[in-house]
Design a protein around this ligand. Structure first.
Ligand SMILES: Nc1ncnc2c1ncn2[C@@H]1O[C@H](COP(=O)(O)OP(=O)(O)OP(=O)(O)O)[C@@H](O)[C@H]1O
Ligand SMILES: [Mg+2]
Length: 464
């Protein structure tokens, strides 16, 4: 069921319920007011008749006439005068057919008081309201006499029947009006949502720059539209990254493939000696090695993005691992004239994936050695810190300009392609380091000053 239909139903039902209750309350108070008025009218007539009988007993015969109510002229009033044995002395014409006389017991229980109004039906089915009362005071001589007075209420009933018919008609009309107004309100309320839906449906991969207009929207929907626009911002950014990434991948794959093709074409252009073919094949092998390294790295990053952490954690002595890495790079450092040292106490331990940890620190050391000239220093250090352990690789190399620093962890981003070995370095090393840190639940920081050197810190939790 649509929201508009639900709102319409809720509105119509609740409004109709309120109207129904209000009408019922009004009807009830009208019925009560009419009844009270009839009772007081009957009591007035009773007093008047009692007065007449007391003042001139011979005028009793006047009561034999069918009296008309003074306040409700269309309601007939009947009177009956009774002796103490409940025998009628005189009565209005037709009264015998309308209302039976009271019993002797009823008169005996009455005493000096007037009875409560009594509702009954005449023999002809007419609703009646009657009262019974003593004519004379307690101290008056002779046996007591009683008056029975009754009023026909058929007119009231007919009025109420007509009134009820009107009320039902008006209520039916109110239901239709409530449903219609509810529908209008729901449609108007839903229009901004429909507009948002239409705007959202228009957005495609090629029109990700489009945004939903938030001006003029109600507060709740404005929040929703802003959240939607924020999501589009993020999607747009991700799309740009993916598209940039695909461009970079294509570009980086094209270079070694072109190199391969060039070397093969040169090799095949004329007949060559076995030595020359060997040299061409070796060069091709080297190029293939670079290609497969690039593809492996890209696969690694792609899997890190989609898979869970997938780590094979084990307790490792971080200082020991750093010393192993130092040993691995020692020869290259000596050749490049760089001083490589490790400063880590043996007490730093953590649950890490050994291979990935070595890969991350290896990438940092490779960078430090690439961007540090001969005579420079590269230092590996480890210590415990508040959030786990900090492993840092610092150098005294060329440093990174501040405008590049925020982007060096992006894939394929190279701060200064003129430096380093542009055939070897593609700009994925730091992206891999960041990905490894995140898979361990940690993060990576970088500080650098142009001409002074760079420090990269891996901050990792001690355990998962
Ligand atoms: N220690 C450093 N000193 C100076 N610049 C650095 C240092 N480490 C990284 N950079 C800069 O950051 C860029 C990104 O580094 P990253 O390791 O991601 O890529 P790369 O070293 O160029 O290539 P790859 O590591 O994929 O072979 C580098 O191109 C370089 O400009
Ligand atoms: Mg690198």
């Amino acid at each position: 069921m649509s929201i508009a239909l639900r709102l319409t139903l809720w509105y119509a039902v609740s409004t109709f319920a309120v109207v129904l209750v209000a009408t019922a309350a009004l009807y009830w108070s009208l019925v009560k007011a009419m009844y009270n008025e009839d009772v007081s009218d009957l009591a007035d007539n009773l007093d008047y008749a009692r007065l007449l009988i007391r003042s001139s007993p011979e005028s009793q015969s006047a009561l034999a006439f069918r009296l008309q109510s003074r306040s409700a002229p269309r309601s007939a009033i009947y009177l009956r005068l009774l002796d103490s044995d409940a025998n009628p002395l005189t009565e209005s014409p037709g009264m015998k057919e309308e209302l039976a006389p009271p019993t002797k017991e009823e008169l005996a229980t009455l005493g000096s008081i007037q009875s409560n109004p009594h509702r009954s039906f005449s023999r002809s089915g007419e609703p009646l309201l009657s009262l019974l009362a003593r004519v004379d005071g307690e101290k008056s001589p002779g046996p007591p006499r009683y008056l029975q007075i009754a009023m026909e209420r058929g007119h009231d009933e007919q009025f109420l029947v007509r009134y009820r018919a009107h009320v039902w008609f008006v209520l039916g009309l109110a239901l239709v009006v409530c449903a219609f107004v509810g529908h209008l309100i729901a449609r108007t309320g839903m229009r901004p949502i429909e507009n948002i839906g239409r705007a959202a449906a228009r957005i495609r991969a090629t029109t990700l720059h489009e945004r939903i207009e938030t001006r003029g929207l109600p507060a709740e929907l404005s929040e929703l539209a802003s959240a939607f626009n924020d999501m589009l911002d993020r999607l747009d950014q991700s799309f740009r990254h993916i598209s940039q990434f695909s461009d970079d991948v294509a570009h980086e794959l094209r270079t070694p493939i072109n190199n391969l093709r060039g070397e093969i074409e040169v090799g095949l252009s004329k007949s060559r000696s076995a030595e020359e073919y060997r040299a061409v094949l070796e060069s091709c092998q080297e190029e293939c090695g670079r290609l497969s390294h690039l593809v492996r790295t890209l696969l690694f990053l792609a899997r890190s993005d989609t898979a869970g952490d997938g780590l094979q954690r084990q307790k490792i002595n971080v200082g020991e691992e750093l010393r192993k890495i130092e040993t691995y790079y020692e020869a290259a450092a000596a050749e490049a004239g760089i001083d490589l040292e490790v400063a880590a106490p043996g007490s730093v331990h953590a649950d890490l994936d050994r291979t990935l940890f070595q890969q991350a620190v290896g990438n940092l050391v490779a960078n430090a050695m690439t961007y540090t000239p001969a005579g420079g220093h590269v230092r590996l250090a480890a210590k415990t810190c508040q959030s786990g352990i900090t492993v840092s690789v610092s150098d005294t190399g060329c440093g990174i300009a501040p405008e590049h620093l925020p982007r060096v962890f992006e894939r394929f981003y190279r701060a200064d392609p003129a430096r380093g070995n542009s055939a070897q370095n593609v700009g994925l090393g730091l992206a891999v380091v960041k990905s490894i840190a995140q898979r361990h639940g940690g993060h990576v920081e970088i500080d650098s000053k142009v001409g002074r050197g760079t420090e990269v810190r891996l901050i990792l939790p001690v355990s998962a």
